[in-house]
Design a binder for this molecule. Sequence first.
Ligand code: CU
Length: 162
Amino acid sequence: MVQLKTRGDRALPSRNGKPTLFEKGAIMKHLTIASAFVLVAGLSLLAIASARQLSFPMHAVGSSGESGTATIAKNSDGKLVVTVTLTGEPSGASQPAHIHPGTCDKLDPVPKAVLSNVVDGKSVTTLPAPATPMTGARSIVVHKGSGADMSTYVACGEIPSP
Ligand SMILES: [Cu+2]
């Protein structure tokens, strides 16, 4: 469920993402769990405690052929950096990405947070530090495009539950 990595990218550059709807509790809850895991796992892992990060798969939806990984990490300012990396995105595409309530099999179509578009297979968004608890499942969803293509999902990944 919770994977910890020692990647050194927790100070990823902030881009254009200015989410207004982010439901803040979700990520913090997971990060708290990740931190607890590090402590339980022993002193040898203390070195990576400051780089705590969640990583989970982004699965292709339908025949999109787009899949990859999402990570949620805390940066040095205490903000959260959400990174989505996909292979198979069509060349030149700019695909909207959101956090939606629900699981990938049963998504609420109304997003809770707006992420940066996925361009060249990557989206990086810095979100404010969480303040309220999460209720229910949350998933990162990538849409085929804007307008009519918004209703077509090309990739989805469920934020791991405790
Ligand atoms: Cu969406």
